[in-house]
Write a protein that binds this ligand. Structure first.
Ligand SMILES: [Cu+2]
Length: 176
């Protein structure tokens, strides 16, 4: 029979190993259980807010960010993410190469054809606003923006720059 003192000594000697073993087992169990419970931690779908119907303003802003145009008022035009034929339109001002004007002043387009409009602003900020179409692009000074568009209804569309319309910054778009 092992004397009590000797038994305590043995116990004391192996105590750290015993503690480490328990710790390792405990961590292993914890690791396994946390892995197995992972799917349960997924957010319940009922707590995800259902997107509300976006307002016209939000849609317009989103379209601006995405560099696409959306038509909120009529069905005469369509917005596209697909790139089309490159079409440069300069938005001129007195600080640049001339007066307030669009170049070209008459824009001839084909119906249903996708255009990738490059709106090049000179030294001032301009708008590229097509009446009755929902197109209202804002071009910062000395910047170029691109947006893709196709007109699905032939006709004449008036293009204006809102801040400089009174100063003659208007153009005509003819869709045939
Ligand atoms: Cu302008």
């Amino acid at each position: 029979m092992i004397p009590l003192l000797q038994a305590n000594k043995i116990l004391f000697k192996y105590m750290p190993i015993l503690l480490i073993s328990i710790l390792v087992i405990f961590i292993s169990i914890l690791g396994c259980t946390s892995k197995s419970t992972l799917p349960k931690q997924q957010v319940s779908t009922s707590t995800i807010p259902i997107p509300q119907k976006a307002s016209a303003k939000t849609l317009q802003k989103t379209a601006e960010v995405l560099s696409v145009s959306i038509d909120l008022n009529s069905k005469s035009t369509q917005s596209l993410e697909t790139k089309g034929e490159k079409y440069d339109i300069e938005l001129m001002d007195p600080g640049g190469t001339g007066q307030y004007q669009f170049s070209p002043a008459q824009i001839n387009l084909s119906v249903e054809k996708i255009y990738s409009f490059q709106l090049i602003s000179e030294t001032e900020a301009h708008s590229f606003t097509i009446e009755k179409s929902g197109i209202d692009q804002w071009v910062e000074a000395s910047k170029t923006i691109e947006f893709n568009y196709a007109f699905s209804t032939p006709g004449k569309y008036q293009l204006i720059c809102i801040p400089h319309q009174a100063l003659g910054m208007v153009a005509e778009i003819i869709v045939q």
